[in-house]
Design a protein around this ligand. Structure first.
Ligand SMILES: [Cu+2]
Length: 498
């Protein structure tokens, strides 16, 4: 694979707007000419470092927007990823990540998305269960110049949800370019816990990027990257490279999304500091867990309490992705596979001593989950990857083909079977499931997989059984791999809830 020079990247992205360097099978995707913003990125100071004594950059903490009458304009622009290094991005309202949305359970979510990128575009509200025409199925993608109106009540319990592009063949590219943000739902049940809030509640989107010699991210998934997924060695937090955060000697709540295309993080602190895991994809867990590491695959979320009381001002603490090896084996990827490599993600710098009387909950509210004893049928979904392609039950995604018909309201047991050594974070739209068991590979269910999940990681040759029930809406929804290169190459199935 030829690595792009910075000049190439500017030529390809800044001027031409877009090159979709996916597999040949994607070459028929509509490519449009010039995009709106053609300005060259401003050259970075020095040699791509920030030019100062500090090699890290302040984490950006976005202001939240509410749920009513939102307007999201998707357009190409530039984004400072730290130290004045401006890079070409596609952004909603000029921001990377996309705006942080806060919604109250029961509130009506009204938004319009105006598409000014040179691609079809649709937004998916990941983890929410809206009506099917509000869910961002790729059949609703609108062309450049078009817009899409969203209007639905948010019935989901409090939790760390997110949203991103779901354009078929281009979800990976769009998410990588910047069209992804957090969507936090709050409710009375969560309020009653008195969890850290305001400046002590940190929304955090962790991503990796592949960068050129100047530190500018580029997206060129060829060859092995289409099998392993697209990974890089540059850590990003909330759109900032190598971020740091100044903190008080206080209790913090970190609401973390792995927004990477393909890389799995094993989150932990450099000195083994334990944290309290209180939530995941489906909101608060049935009970808190004290851990020193948690695995977070692409699209998974974790809600952590980190107690920095008793720290000294001046101390530093690094949130890292710890090294791990995959079960099932991925050796054939050679140097293209960064999965399991360690990565420094976010440095916490203890800056202020305060008195913080916050308390860590010892119990959490009960979670309604489907009961496997109520199951009326079983289904099996086989995830297979071969010859630069990815399949569910031997089939590649087709936009209008119904792959499974599932009765509304009935509990079923689904088995997700991984028939290759490649990891697959499997995501289901429109409901959450309960993880029952894992066989093969790691052979167990982990504490972060308790409660409600919308994404579960299958490592190589693992089988995960889940209990599923659709109780929100009938309609056509998706089951797919959230390794975005796998998804874009068709590892996706249509589920008709009827
Ligand atoms: Cu996959």
């Amino acid at each position: 694979m030829r690595r792009l020079s910075r000049r190439d990247f500017i030529r390809l992205t800044g001027r031409a707007g877009l090159v979709a360097p996916m597999a040949a099978s994607l070459s028929t995707s509509p490519l449009l000419a010039a995009c709106g913003s053609g300005a060259d990125p401003i050259p970075p100071p020095g040699n791509g470092a920030n030019g100062g004594a500090d090699s890290r950059f302040p984490l950006r903490l976005p202001e939240a927007v509410g749920a009513g009458d939102l307007r999201f304009v998707a357009a190409p622009t530039e984004w400072d990823i730290g130290g004045g290094l401006r890079t070409p991005v596609w952004a909603l309202n000029g921001e990377v990540p996309s705006p942080l949305i806060r919604v109250r359970r029961g509130e009506r979510f009204r938004a319009v998305m105006e598409n000014q990128v040179p691609h079809d575009l649709i937004l998916h509200w990941h983890g929410l269960a809206p009506p099917d025409d509000m869910d961002g199925h790729p059949r609703f993608a609108v062309p450049p110049g078009g817009s899409y109106h969203y209007d639905f009540p948010v019935e989901d319990r409090a939790g760390t949800y997110w949203y991103h592009s779901h354009t078929h063949h281009h979800t990976g590219e769009h998410t990588y370019r910047g069209i992804a943000g957090l969507l936090l739902v709050t409710d009375d049940e969560e309020d009653a816990l008195g969890l850290p809030s305001g400046p002590r509640e940190i929304p955090l989107i962790l991503q990796d990027r592949r960068v050129d010699a100047q530190g500018v991210p580029f997206f060129q998934p060829f060859g092995p990257a289409l099998m392993a997924g697209y990974m890089g060695t540059q850590a990003m937090g909330n759109g900032v490279r190598d971020p740091y955060l100044e903190v008080d000697t206080a209790l913090y709540r970190f609401r973390i999304l792995n927004g990477s295309n393909a890389r799995i993080f094993r989150l932990g602190f450099s000195d083994g500091t334990p944290f309290h895991l209180i939530g995941n994809d489906g909101g608060l867990l049935p009970a808190p867990e004290v851990l020193t590491a948690v695995d977070v695959a692409p699209a998974e979320r974790v809600d952590l309490l980190v107690d920095l009381r008793g720290r000294d001002v001046g101390e530093q603490l690094m949130l890292r992705s710890l090294p791990f090896s995959l079960s099932g084996g991925m050796g054939f990827m050679g140097g293209q596979n960064l999965q399991g490599d360690p990565l420094a993600l976010l440095e916490l710098r203890v800056a202020r001593a305060v008195d913080d009387g916050a308390s860590i909950p010892t119990s959490l509210p009960p979670v309604a989950l489907p009961d496997p004893a109520d199951a009326v049928r079983e289904r099996t979904f086989r995830f297979d990857s071969r010859q630069m392609n990815h399949f569910i039950n031997g089939r590649n995604f087709e936009m209008e083909r119904v792959d499974e018909r599932v009765p509304f309201g009935e509990t079923e047991i689904w088995s997700f079977v991984n028939e290759s050594g490649l990891p697959h974070p499997v995501h289901l739209h429109a409901t959450h499931f309960r993880v029952l068991s894992r066989s093969g590979g790691r052979g167990r269910v982990f504490p972060w997989e308790a409660g409600r999940k919308d994404t579960v990681l299958l490592q190589g040759f693992e089988t995960v059984r889940v209990a599923v029930r659709f109780t929100a809406h009938r309609g056509l929804y998706l089951l797919h791999c959230h390794n975005l290169e796998h998804e874009d190459l068709g590892m996706m199935a249509n589920i008709l809830v009827e």
